[in-house]
Design a binder for this molecule. Structure first.
Ligand code: BDR
Ligand code: CA
Length: 325
């Protein structure tokens, strides 16, 4: 890396309320330059995700960040529809039914997959990719360019190793969208960090924090507070024992910026693609004795330090501070 140059970041989002919080966390992190967003599906269709990404980049003062449309459905399917539970948690528009101004910028003509491949070829060690939705774009990039898997550094939100899943007793939502793609990624990429429900359900946000954003009196602060309150309200119904909403996707960005926020277990992973456990992330028994482990799974998190970082970084964006690259 050229002295003084920042590390680069790509977010692969299905935006989504916690994806929007992850975007704000990334923009509030001066250590990294966000070079692009690639849109995937999950909480929303790719088309809706693109629209949300463009609108939020404008709202957060960074309309210069390019947005690329990704693959629209899972490898084993030929279309995608938003699940009722996703619409309940994130709203039909993905951002808690909060209205944001129509973006002036438009989606790039280059595909998300080509952007991912070219960025890895250009920046190598100096780039981290953070997928927080279906892993379909990553698998497509692996397939199109065999050097992608060897050179990409990936910190993804998804999976559950030590706790049950959130769409079935085994499967977490992002993995469940496209188990085949996730399996390709965790087996085939040389550097994988998994930020799963094991840790993201320990990092919770409450109405106490969102009140602080609203009190700033900014458009960005009002959006972040209103959308996150919608998300917390959904958690009040689906997981009332938690007492807040899970900061799934922001934690993945947090770890990309500062891996010391979590404890990591080196492991060779696989994703079950057959039977009742389809979508489960688990150790790959065929590589148990392989001394080389290509993945690390977060099994513990410094909750207090992460929440402090989260409020500081997202707070900058909420306040309407200049978050230029
Ligand atoms: C993951 O699923 C999506 O709903 C969230 O945005 C997050 O990426 C949590 O299981
Ligand atoms: Ca997401």
């Amino acid at each position: 890396m050229v002295d003084g140059a920042k590390k680069k970041l790509i977010l692969d989002l299905d935006t989504g309320i916690d994806d929007a919080l992850a975007l704000a966390y990334a923009l509030g992190s001066e250590e990294f330059e966000l070079i692009g967003i690639t849109a995937t599906y999950g909480n929303v269709l790719v088309e809706t995700g693109v629209r949300n990404d463009l609108a939020l980049l404008e709202l957060f003062g960074r309309p210069d960040v390019p947005v690329f449309a990704g693959v629209e459905h899972a490898r084993a399917k030929d279309s995608f529809e938003v699940l009722e539970i996703s619409a309940f948690i994130h709203g039909r528009n993905g951002i808690g039914e909060v209205e944001v101004a129509e973006p002036k910028a438009t989606v790039q003509t280059k595909s998300a997959v080509d952007f991912l491949i070219e960025s890895v070829a250009t920046y190598g060690e100096d780039l981290v990719i953070v997928p927080t939705g279906a892993m379909t774009n990553i698998a497509a990039a692996m397939e199109k360019d065999p050097s992608f898997a060897a050179n990409a550094h990936i910190v993804f939100m998804g999976g559950a190793l030590t706790v049950p899943g959130n769409v079935s007793p085994w499967a977490e939502a992002n993995i469940n969208q496209d188990p085949e793609a996730a399996d390709m990624m965790v087996r085939g990429c040389a550097d994988i960090t998994m930020i799963g429900l094991d840790v993201t359900l320990q990092t919770l946000l409450t109405y106490e924090e969102t009140k602080k954003w609203r009190a700033l009196g900014t458009k960005a602060g009002a959006f972040l507070a209103d959308a996150t309150d919608y998300y917390i309200k959904a958690y009040d119904t689906t997981a009332p024992h938690l007492g807040g909403c899970g900061l799934h996707d922001p934690l993945a960005v947090g770890v990309a910026v500062d891996p010391s926020l979590v404890q990591l277990l080196p492991i060779n992973l696989k994703v079950d693609t057959e039977g009742a456990t389809r979508g489960r992330t688990i150790g790959d028994e065929t590589r148990l004795n392989d001394p080389v482990k290509n993945a690390k799974v977060a099994t513990g998190v410094d909750v207090e330090r992460f929440l402090k970082e989260f409020m500081a970084r997202v707070g900058k964006v909420a306040a309407g501070a200049n978050v230029s690259a």
